[in-house]
Design a protein around this ligand. Structure first.
Ligand SMILES: NC(=O)c1ccc[n+]([C@@H]2O[C@H](COP(=O)([O-])OP(=O)(O)OC[C@H]3O[C@@H](n4cnc5c(N)ncnc54)[C@H](OP(=O)(O)O)[C@@H]3O)[C@@H](O)[C@H]2O)c1
Length: 268
């Protein structure tokens, strides 16, 4: 990426050519490149929405907006991710496992897939110790404030399991320092983080320009304007304040439309 690879090859007398299929190579290695260049993983927000862009009913119910095919596709994205990140709101409402459940054969792998680390954010440490996200297989990291972490340490038994780690993170007026969380994950070797969260965390990542990609599974349904939107963003007064995106890909996955989009700042 930025090392001495080319020079070493040249010194060994091996003829090299640069820039061959560059875009495809960058895409294949986007997580590694992100970690090497920015010290943080590539961040993909994955969401299931209705055609009118809603992600849950007003009462929080969101299962199952997308089709079984779309969910199998999500399993493949999970399998290529080092970590799956969510917020305590999603854990409380959906109690997801966030694990890879397709077999090696389903995924075209020789060995069983590695389980991504589950990452849960909660400033108020609102996490039920029975939540399925804490269960093996795989690790679970909970990010909270220093104070909540200290208080949790005084409640032994609930969260001191071998696969669960509670880490503290700095907070700002707007919530956690999300870049610090991503750098911590990058420092532990995470190349790609998939965010499967509600509007609070998705909105915070978009506002802080930390989302690199959006993968939206849009179901052919309408949920109406009382249902929840996919990102909390500040009210904008002018069209120039919109969050500009670029559509990179659109294809059918089962009955759903899968749209891949990148924020415009990725291209500047
Ligand atoms: N359709 C989909 O693809 C999809 C996917 C996931 C979730 N959902 C739906 O989304 C709804 C939940 O939405 P939500 O907005 O409550 O979920 P969320 O973003 O997953 O969780 C919100 C909570 O996470 C913590 N958090 C998030 N961002 C933070 C930040 N920047 N700094 C500090 N803490 C942060 C806070 O926890 P504390 O309050 O504990 O401090 C916050 O209350 C549910 O109805 C769920 O079904 C839909």
């Amino acid at each position: 990426v930025a090392g001495q690879g080319l020079a070493s090859l040249a010194a060994a007398g091996i003829k090299t050519e640069c820039g061959v299929l560059e875009a495809q190579a960058q895409r294949l290695n986007q997580g590694f490149m992100s970690r090497m260049r920015r010290g943080r993983p590539w961040v993909r927000i994955k969401l299931a929405t209705s055609l009118d862009g809603r992600t849950a009913l007003a009462n929080g119910e969101s299962r199952w907006i997308s089709s079984q095919c779309a969910r199998a596709d999500v399993q493949r994205l999970r399998a290529q991710s080092s970590a799956i990140m969510t917020g305590s709101g999603t854990v409380a409402t959906d109690d997801p496992r966030l694990t890879v459940r397709l077999s090696a054969a389903d995924l075209g792998l020789e060995k069983p897939p590695l389980q991504p680390t589950r990452v849960v954010l909660s400033a108020g440490f609102r996490i039920d110790p029975r939540a399925r996200v804490l269960d093996p297989p795989g690790k679970c990291i909970i990010f909270t404030t220093a104070q909540q972490r200290a208080e949790t340490a005084q409640r032994p038994g609930l969260f001191d399991r071998p696969n669960v780690e509670v880490l503290s993170v700095r907070s700002r007026d707007t919530g956690f320092d999300l870049e610090e969380i991503l750098k911590t994950l990058g420092g532990r070797g995470a190349n790609e983080v998939q965010v499967e969260a509600g509007a609070a965390l998705c909105g915070a990542l978009l506002r802080q320009r930390l989302a690199d990609e959006l993968v939206i599974y849009m179901a052919p349904t309408l949920m109406g304007d009382t249902a929840r939107a996919f990102a909390h963003l500040p009210e904008i007064q002018k069209m120039t304040q919109r969050v500009p995106l670029r559509f990179d890909d659109a294809r059918m996955v089962g009955d759903d439309l899968r749209i891949t989009a990148t924020p415009a700042h990725q291209h500047s």
